[in-house]
Design a binder for this molecule. Structure first.
Ligand SMILES: C[S@@+](CC[C@H](N)C(=O)[O-])C[C@H]1O[C@@H](n2cnc3c(N)ncnc32)[C@H](O)[C@@H]1O
Length: 322
């Protein structure tokens, strides 16, 4: 049905964030949101079908099997907003179930214009679904989507793919509180979370044998070369996935293979790397299904229902705003 795109509002500042993350004392870091330029978004699509990365398939199995049940728990007439939709492939099952009930507006919210375009393309053919995409950061986009709701609309926010795991635990809770502030009582949040699993399985998911995840991670340096005229030698860095037991998270790093200095002219800096020093590029926190209810309660929601994939432990939790 209809498709519209609302242009970007507050643009992320790659140059400033690179300078802040690489010139700080101690552990160098780059925000994971910058992994998703055109090449990064395409590589993530490949990661999501790798044999080692069961997460996306588990999320999709749950949505496919339980879409009708999920939709039956929602009050009639919802406006759907999806945070970080990516290609939106899995969302089809929910939208089709909603469309059987009513005409529905779907608002994918994406920082990556490539991912947003792919999502709109992927889902544009569903009868009785209108798409209004927002190329904006999560909360900006959610505010804009919420402003479109009609008087009797409930909001259904989708946060799938365990993207919440990219936030540190405290930041994840603060984020849920911010989302809750935008919602009205009775609005819903469908939250996908990857669950703890054996270490070899977890590490392989973030360090596959084909090297696609390595390319996804290294592309961040290539992006900085392309967009900020930097001179990173990609062969002088190696992708690394490690598990932090204390924080129950997989971390992706880029390890410098030698002492080196990199110029990043558009960030106005030169950065020294020691051999074996790393840049931390992404965290993927793993959750326990039984913790989701308490997390929901602490941030103004209650957990109505939860569906768990047993093949690849993953939870889909339907939360309602109190
Ligand atoms: C891990 S991927 C998940 C994609 C999809 N939801 C899935 O489950 O396969 C995270 C997505 O969120 C987007 N993203 C990351 N940070 C964002 C931000 N701050 N605001 C909006 N989108 C963001 C990325 O571009 C990417 O497409």
């Amino acid at each position: 049905m209809a498709t519209a795109v609302i242009a970007q509002h507050s643009k992320p500042n790659l140059a400033a964030d690179v300078r802040a993350g690489l010139c700080r004392p101690g552990q160098k870091e780059l925000p994971s949101k910058y992994l998703y330029d055109e090449i990064g978004s395409a590589l993530f699509e490949v990661v999501s079908v790798l044999p080692e990365y069961g997460l996306t398939r588990a999320d999709e199995r749950l949505l496919h099997r339980h879409a009708a049940d999920i939709v039956s728990r929602l009050k009639p007439q919802v406006l759907v907003a999806e945070l970080g939709s990516g290609s939106g492939k899995k969302t089809r099952w929910l939208l089709e179930a909603l469309a059987r009930r009513q005409c529905t507006t779907y608002c994918p919210i994406e920082i990556s214009p490539t991912a947003l375009a792919r999502c709109e393309n992927e889902l544009s053919g569903i009868d009785r679904i209108s798409i209004v995409g927002f190329e904006r950061p999560y909360l900006d986009g959610l505010l804009a989507a919420a402003a479109r709701r009609a008087e009797n609309d409930r909001l259904l926010v989708l946060f799938l793919g365990s993207t919440i795991g990219n936030f540190d635990r405290d930041a994840a809770e603060r984020f849920l509180t911010e989302v809750r502030r935008i919602l009205f009582p009775g609005d819903a949040l469908l939250l996908g979370t990857d669950l703890e699993k054996p270490l070899p399985q977890l590490l392989a998911a973030y360090d596959d044998s084909l090297g696609v995840t390595a390319a996804f991670n290294l592309n961040l340096l290539a992006r900085i070369n392309r967009e900020l005229d930097a001179d990173f030698d990609l062969a002088a860095f190696r992708h690394e996935a490690r598990y932090d037991t204390e924080h129950q998270r997989v971390e992706m790093h880029l390890r410098s293979l030698r002492d080196q200095i990199v110029s990043i002219p558009r960030s106005g800096c030169r950065v020294s790397f020691l051999k074996d020093e790393t840049v931390w590029t992404e965290s993927s926190h793993k959750y326990r299904a039984e913790d989701i209810s308490a997390i929901a309660r602490r941030n103004g929601f209650h957990c109505d229902s939860q569906w768990i994939d047993t093949e690849w432990p993953f939870a889909e939790s339907l939360l309602f705003a109190e």
